[in-house]
Every structure is written in structure tokens, then in C-alpha cells.
Design a protein around this ligand. Structure first.
Ligand code: SF4
Length: 364
């Protein structure tokens, strides 16, 4: 298949749905780790066409949603420094921290700019030599290599005013932490597609081998996801647990070695705070000492104040897959995309936003 429309072909989708229905005998619980998968599953009504034996739960794979309030508060505190320009991706601007959002501090005079890539941030740094430009590094293995490249490029360009505040995270350690917690029982995992382009599907082998949970990497079109579910159900019914790929046009077992090398050259593993998961050793990425002069955390004395979690928000439980947005008392009442209380309602990849936009009865 070459065209996007082919991955949405209804006749092929019907064939995969009937395959899933035929194969699925025992009740199973499948988690999609990635926020982009959550949105696709809701947008295309996939939960609604699955047999009652297949239960879907959403996981912690939305980078904005899992950013801890303590980190967000630091980003907001950085925006209040004189002569600092904060550059960030769009959704981040609206996420409520303990006391305010980046959008609110911007309205009070801080220079916060939405960018589409690190190239934009480097351009702003070049055009504003008397200001400090801080790029908020958010995201998993997918985005980190480009941020690493921006640091190398800033060095090459001799930019002395470009900084990155790294809130980057890596996925395998948090999946391990989630499984070790024993809070969520899973029979299969829909592994993230974009992340796997970089890490390779091999990154998930520990889940299949050590936890006995079948893993299939999926793309984001409806046929990708249905094929992935059919492959997971087949493995489960056969009593197998291995890593398979339902996204062969982009993902291989070994990943993008050049991107991984670049990431490793600039960043080193660290403990990261995840919303809902707490501190997870080895799940974060901090800038290596060699590139410390680009590290915003190292170069600015950030005083974010006391961290306060949004009252009544259960984003943490939603991200761990133990509760759904419908179980939150604020959902659709005090918390809407126009007036979000927690990040899962702000982010376009957030589970609460998906429930809000596509309906909480989407297969429940
Ligand atoms: Fe948090 Fe709003 Fe989601 Fe409730 S509905 S968990 S308040 S983001």
C-alpha cells in the first residue's frame, strides 16, 4: 500500500475486524502506550468495532501529559528571568503548572514563543544575541535526536545564548516501572510507532521475554492498528509472547543507529519525574557535562516554588491506565479543552482530550 487512503480502506478493515472476532476467545486487556495511538483509536472508533472480549486501555505515552508539575514549574520560572526567550511546542504553553501557565506568564510580559522545530529556536537565538534563548526539550526518543542535533549546531554556529531545558524521557524504563507496579494487568501491548522508528522494535523484547506480554509495534492508520490488534490476539490465543511489527514501512528491529548515537553523544540517562509515576531511575535524559554550557538547568538558578498538583485531577491514574477520564469528577464540567485543569485535557495526544472530542462511550 502506498496511499494514506489505502490504510483506511473499509473492506480491508472489515476483514481485519472479522479476523479479530474469530480469533479472540478469552477476555484480554491491551494497552496502547502512545498518545498518538490513543487519538487514532478514538478518532476511527476502533474500540467500538472490537469484540467484547478485547478491552483497550490507554497508557502514559503522551510526552506533555507525563511532564511533572515540578518540571513545568521550572519552565515557567525560567520564562520569568529577564532577557530570556522561551521557545516551545504549542500544547506546552497551555498546560497548567502549580500556579500558572506559560501562556499566563506570557500575557504578563514574559517572552514565550511557539516554535515548530529546534531550527526556529536556533534562528531566534541568532537574531537575538543579547537575549538567552531557552528551548523546552519535551518528548521521547522520537524528538530527542533533533534536540541533540540543535545543541551540536549551536556549538558549530558559535551561539553562546542557546540553552535547552531537558525534560526528555525514554520509554522502556517507564514501561518496566508500570509493569513492576502490578497496578495494571495487561495481556498485550501496542508498542509506540514513532518511538520504535528510533529505538527499533527490539527495545520491547524485555517485555515479551521477562513479563510474558506479547508486543506489536503499530502505525497510526486504522488498518495499522487493527492489524496490530489481530496480531496481538493471535499471539495471546496461541500462548506466545514475542515482539512483532505491524508497521514495517517505518520500523525495523534495530532502529535508527545514527539517531541513537547522536542522542547518546549529547545526553546521558538520569532519573526523571513522571506525572502519575513519580521518579523513575534511568528514564530521563540530561545534557552531558561536555555540553553543559547549553544546559538551562545548569546555567540558571531556577527557583520554581512549591509544587502543587491540580485539585481533583486524576491525570496520574489516567496515565497509569488504572482510571478513565469518565471517572474524573471534573471531566466535561470544570475541565474542558477551553478550560483545562490537567495536561491530559490540554494535549492533542491526551486521553482526556480524546474522550472529550470523540466521546467517552467510545467502546466502553
Ligand atoms: Fe485531569 Fe481534566 Fe482529565 Fe480530570 S478530566 S483527569 S481534571 S485533565
Amino acid at each position: 500500500m502506498k496511499l494514506v487512503s489505502e490504510f483506511r480502506d473499509s473492506a480491508l478493515a472489515k476483514g481485519l475486524i472479522s479476523q479479530i472476532k474469530q480469533k479472540s476467545q478469552k477476555p484480554v486487556r491491551l494497552m496502547e502506550f502512545c498518545g498518538s495511538h490513543t487519538v487514532s483509536i478514538f478518532r476511527y472508533g476502533i474500540r467500538q468495532v472490537l469484540p467484547p472480549t478485547v478491552e483497550m486501555v490507554s497508557g502514559p505515552g503522551c510526552p506533555i501529559c507525563v511532564t511533572a508539575n515540578s518540571d513545568l514549574d521550572k519552565a515557567i520560572a525560567l520564562a520569568k528571568f529577564p532577557n530570556v526567550i522561551i521557545t516551545t511546542f504549542g500544547d506546552m504553553i497551555k498546560v497548567p503548572g502549580s500556579r500558572s501557565t506559560l501562556q499566563e506568564v506570557k500575557a504578563s510580559g514574559a517572552d514565550v514563543r511557539m516554535v515548530y522545530s529546534t531550527m526556529d529556536a536556533l534562528k531566534i537565538a541568532g537574531e537575538n544575541p543579547n537575549k538567552s534563548i531557552v528551548f523546552l526539550g519535551i518528548g521521547f526518543e522520537t524528538t530527542t535526536p533533533t534536540v541533540a542535533a540543535s545543541i551540536l549546531q549551536a556549538e558549530e554556529l558559535g551561539l553562546k545564548n542557546y540553552y535547552v531545558y531537558s525534560m526528555h524521557k525514554i520509554c522502556p524504563p517507564v514501561i518496566r516501572a508500570l509493569l513492576d507496579s502490578g497496578e495494571v494487568k495487561l495481556d498485550g501491548l501496542i508498542c509506540p510507532g514513532h518511538v520504535s522508528v528510533i529505538t527499533g522494535a527490539g527495545a520491547w523484547e524485555f517485555i515479551a521475554k521477562e513479563y510474558g506480554i506479547p508486543c506489536v509495534v503499530a502505525g497510526f492508520e486504522p488498518l495499522d492498528i487493527l492489524q496490530c490488534i489481530a496480531m496481538l490476539v493471535t499471539q495471546i490465543e496461541k500462548g506466545e509472547s514475542k515482539v512483532e511489527i505491524a508497521y514495517r514501512r517505518s520500523v525495523h528491529m534495530e532502529g535508527n543507529l545514527q539517531a541513537l548515537k547522536l542522542m547518546e553523544h549529547v545526553f546521558e540517562p538520569s532519573t526523571a519525574d513522571w506525572r502519575g509515576m513519580g521518579s523513575v531511575p534511568g528514564s530521563g535524559l540530561k545534557i552531558r557535562k561536555k555540553y553543559q554550557r547549553f544546559d538551562a538547568e545548569y546555567n540558571f538558578k531556577i527557583k520554581p516554588g512549591k509544587t502543587v498538583e491540580p485539585k481533583g485531577c486524576i491525570c496520574g491514574e489516567v496515565l497509569r491506565g488504572v482510571k478513565t477520564p469518565s471517572e474524573c469528577k471534573l471531566f466535561r464540567k470544570a475541565c474542558t479543552p477551553q478550560s483545562p485543569v490537567g495536561p491530559c485535557m490540554v494535549s492533542s495526544e491526551g486521553t482526556c482530550s480524546a474522550y472529550y472530542l470523540f466521546g467517552e462511550d467510545n467502546g466502553e
